[in-house]
Design a binder for this molecule. Structure first.
Ligand code: KG4
Ligand code: ZN
Length: 355
């Protein structure tokens, strides 16, 4: 059995988890900073990194205690390696996790594993299943590949061809905003608060998905790239008037639930269509969807419908493993360790998305 302690601090969640053999979650703690950022309508990098510094050691202590192995002076806990998300993300936030991981690896004399946060969002779809499935032999999850993977989060919207859990070939990506960012900005335009994804979904339940025909930006030909900045502006002009500024009042005849539902439908159906396009192009039968937006219920409904209609197998994580967490970091860390992809103490935070 290989037990890995994972650390996640790429953005505004401080996560620490302990995972056995890449799939059995022993403890998984996420401390969200949402209350610190919500009045700004988005993540403030300087506030995020300070908050990580303030809480990371406490979260590590409480996660180890929950696993039944509290930290005792002079005795390293029964952990086989330290995995940390070192890219991509906000540089100040990443640095807190990476520096902490290096200190633990040095103090406890353990291997250090640098994990790509986006690859971990894909891997999360293999985790958090029912007890029986979780304890399935490891080779089962290798049988899921190759797959087409879609990562949809606050910072990323990318399609990959995944041949191994540790390497992904980019098929397409957003040319402007990430889809989660579009949810957050549209929620702010509609006065629905932060984070925007869950807020829009909640309100959309009482709206008509066909009320407003927002234009879908499919991009040229059979492109697998995405664009979400147009729809954000379309929502602004629809609700507040053509060429209106963000602070103009919402027109009285506007139904917020209808706009929220129409926006959500336009965006999630576009994601599903692009995923289907990628599967057709790559000739694949398995798709994996991860990242915060994968928690969206309407997206899951449309994905299940696509799976039923076309016979595809489409996997996504349980909602708690869609948004940022350290279980996915420790989980993927296991496979990197298996492949000997261990880092040394020169591991550095890398804020840029790897292509
Ligand atoms: O993966 P994540 O926690 O952080 C990044 O790596 O960016 O994703 C956060 C994003 C936010 O933009 C949030 O609005 C969005 O995921 N999100 C959702 C839902 N839950 C979270 N978007 C749509 N529907 C949801 N239910
Ligand atoms: Zn993320």
């Amino acid at each position: 059995m290989t037990r890995i302690l994972g650390i996640e601090s790429t953005c505004d969640e401080t996560g620490v988890a302990i995972v056995d053999d890449g799939h059995r979650i022993v403890a998984n703690k996420v401390l969200s900073q949402i209350p610190l950022h919500e009045r700004f309508g988005g993540v403030v990098p300087e506030i995020a990194s300070r908050a990580h510094v303030e809480c990371i050691t406490t979260v590590i202590e409480s996660t180890l205690a929950e696993a039944g192995t509290p930290i005792r002076a002079g005795t390293p806990p029964p952990i086989d390696a330290i995995a940390v998300a070192y890219r991509p993300g906000l540089v100040g936030s990443l640095l807190v996790g990476v520096t902490t991981a290096k200190c633990l690896a040095l103090a406890w004399d353990l291997p250090l594993i640098g994990v790509d946060h986006i690859h971990a969002h894909v891997y999360a779809a293999t985790m958090g299943q029912e007890e029986d499935a979780r304890d399935a032999p490891e080779h089962d999850i290798e049988d899921l590949l190759p797959a087409v993977s879609l990562v949809v989060s606050g910072g990323h919207t990318s399609l990959y061809l995944t041949k191994r859990w540790t390497s992904h070939e980019l098929l397409g990506a957003t040319t402007d905003d990430a889809v989660g960012e579009a949810f957050d900005k549209v929620a702010s335009i509609l006065g629905l608060g932060y984070p925007g994804g869950p807020a829009i979904s909640r309100v959309a339940e009482n709206g008509n998905r066909k009320a407003v025909a927002f234009k879908r930006s499919l991009m040229s030909g059979d492109s697998l790239d995405f664009s979400f900045s147009g729809i954000k502006t379309a929502v602004l002009y629809h609700t507040r008037g053509q060429n209106a500024q963000r602070d103009a009042p919402i027109r009285p005849e506007i139904s917020i639930p209808d706009v929220a539902a129409s926006f959500e439908e336009t965006v999630v159906s576009l994601l599903v269509d692009k995923l289907a396009r990628a599967l057709r192009r790559e000739g694949g039968s398995t798709a994996i969807v991860g990242g915060g937006v994968a928690a969206n219920r309407r997206l899951r409904t449309l994905l299940d419908r696509l799976a039923d209609k076309q016979g595809y197998r489409i996997l996504y994580p349980p909602p708690a493993l869609c948004t940022d967490n350290a279980a996915m970091i420790a989980g993927l860390g296991y496979w990197l360790l298996e492949e000997g992809k261990v880092s040394d103490l020169t591991l550095d935070a890398d804020p840029v998305v790897a292509r």
